[in-house]
Write a new protein. Structure first.
Length: 523
């Protein structure tokens, strides 16, 4: 066997060992859930059903951690504001804290009124519906993670509940008005998130990066943007993150956010002024100013996600526990602490074992992110959720965050092509003039320059006047370089396709699992 073939075998073996290790750890977590649930409910006649439901809930939590959490930390990792290990630790801690501290003690088991529990009066059928919904949503999340497509946990569980509900009680059981709102959010939330992220980045470019002294301009602009971020995240946490601990009205949340934003601005401004003299006066220097805000943003997004999506996702499990242990199963169900702990630990374990794949997808495989771009994406996520909550739209944090990533990427493409058209016009006016070598050198630098430096090189070309010249072949080369796609189209197509099919696929799987469970349980 040749050496390179031996190395390939060794590499494949290492990968296999890594996969086995991850799967083994996940199985140990599942076994722990089985042991705990079995001991806790050994006195019940249907303890085996509770154990099965807890296992499915734990499996769902693992898949939430593997897929959905990437949106909160992916941009920060892709911009190198934090390492993968640091991101996983921060997300795991704050996701768990959000779930356990602010996850709430009451949640609708039918997920935003998708089905009416009154139409499923038989407690056994209700249990099968909820188990089918959880299993269908969890398996779809697992498939999406394997495909490298970030999808919405919320929409997955909505599809699961809808599909199992239809299988149990027919099409009339579904609240189609609520489903229409959810469908509209597929379009509205990523578009709004992308527009806000692109608008924030464009404002940052105009006020900082396109200035002759970027770090000097940043001393005035960046504290304002961080203050706005403080306002957005404080309002966001007040509205969404702690709503189960204390009810805060929208005007009160806005006022609290404004106070926090002003306080953060007052604190941050002198810190940036002291740090500025030691930074290089370029884009890299400005980006360093966003490192700490990005870390805080990732932590706060994770906390709010844990407080909301975890509770929603284990809501069906809470409904099953309530029916089998209390015989109730009404529309509102108290979530026991042990159920929330399973959700929180499952997310943390799933993130640590399987999350890096989706973190890399969000952070680096769609478009190139630096810290200023990642900051704008995090800011857009918070503002979009605030707007949507007031409009009564059930948005997905996944859709908002990914919309922000795509918005930033498409803005970069637009700016690159616009500068290219201006360059073409300037070169056309001076075609046929001498000093070819000097112009060629400038244009080679232009091709390799980031977007902000292209504007400065363009000014140099204009200053050359009639001495600037370029050949037709080189003009074609320049045009080709400028029209390169800064957003990976394959990622866009894959993610958009996964979003579109999430609800129907989850619904179909849940219906199949409902019929399977029903067939096994009926005499």
């Amino acid at each position: 066997m040749r050496l390179k073939d031996y190395l390939k075998v060794e590499q494949a073996t290492d990968l296999s060992r890594t996969e086995v290790g991850r799967m083994g750890t996940a199985i140990i977590f599942i076994v722990g859930v089985i042991i705990y649930t079995g001991m806790k409910f050994a006195h019940l006649d249907q303890s085996y059903m509770l154990i099965a439901a807890a296992v499915i809930g734990a499996y769902m939590a693992l898949n939430i951690g593997a897929n959905d959490v990437a949106n909160n930390v992916g941009p920060a990792v892709g911009s190198f504001a934090m390492t993968m290990t640091m991101a996983i630790l921060i997300a795991a801690v704050f996701e768990a804290a959000g779930a356990i501290i602010a996850g709430g003690d009451v949640v609708s088991t039918v997920k935003k009124g998708i089905i009416d529990p009154a139409d499923i009066a038989n407690p056994d059928i209700f249990v099968w519906v909820m188990m089918g919904a959880l299993l269908g949503a969890a398996i779809w999340l697992n498939i999406a993670t394997w495909l490298g497509a970030p999808v919405s946990t919320t929409h997955s569980i909505v599809g699961g509940v809808m599909g199992a509900g239809i299988a149990a009680a027919g099409w009339d059981v579904v609240n189609w008005d609520a489903m229409a709102k959810i469908a509209s959010s597929w379009v509205i939330s990523p578009v709004v998130g992308g527009a806000i992220a692109a608008g924030s980045l464009y404002a940052l470019k105009k006020t900082v990066f396109f200035k002759p002294n970027p770090v000097g301009a940043a001393q005035k602009v960046v504290p304002v943007m961080i203050g706005v971020m403080g306002w957005a995240f404080t309002t966001y946490i007040a509205l969404k993150g702690v709503k189960h601990l204390v009810k805060i009205s929208f005007p009160t949340a806005l006022l609290i956010g404004v106070i926090a934003g002003v306080a953060i601005y007052v604190i941050v401004r002198p810190l940036i002024r002291r740090a500025a003299p030691g930074l290089p006066d370029n884009r890299d220097g400005v980006n360093k100013l966003f490192t700490l805000p990005l870390i805080f943003a990732a932590a706060l997004l994770s906390f709010a996600h844990g407080a909301n999506d975890v509770a929603n996702s284990v809501g069906p499990l809470a409904g099953i526990v309530d029916v089998l242990s209390e015989g109730d199963g009404g529309g509102k169900v108290a979530i026991p602490l042990w159920v929330m702990v399973i959700g929180a630990l499952g997310i943390s374990v799933g993130l640590a074992l399987f999350g890096p794949k989706l973190i890399r997808t969000v952070g680096s495989e769609i478009t190139e992110l630096d810290r200023s771009r990642a900051f704008c994406i995090a800011l857009a996520a918070a503002i979009t959720v605030i707007i949507a909550s007031q409009l009564g739209l059930p948005v997905s944090s996944t859709h908002v965050a990914l919309g922000g990533v795509f918005g930033v990427g498409f803005l970069r493409e637009f700016l690159e092509q616009r500068v290219g058209r201006v360059v073409e016009d300037v070169l056309h006016r001076h075609e046929g003039e001498p000093d070819f070598n000097d112009v060629e050198a400038i244009l080679r630098d232009f091709q390799n320059a980031p977007p902000e430096d292209k504007a400065r090189i363009l000014n140099d070309l204009k200053a050359m006047g009639p001495e600037a010249v370029i050949s037709a072949a080189q003009r074609k080369e320049l045009r080709k370089a400028l029209k390169r796609q800064l957003v990976k189209r394959s990622s866009l197509l894959k993610i958009a396709s996964a979003w579109i099919i999430t609800v129907p696929v989850s619904a179909l799987m849940a219906a199949v699992f409902y019929f399977a469970l029903r067939g096994m349980m009926l005499p």
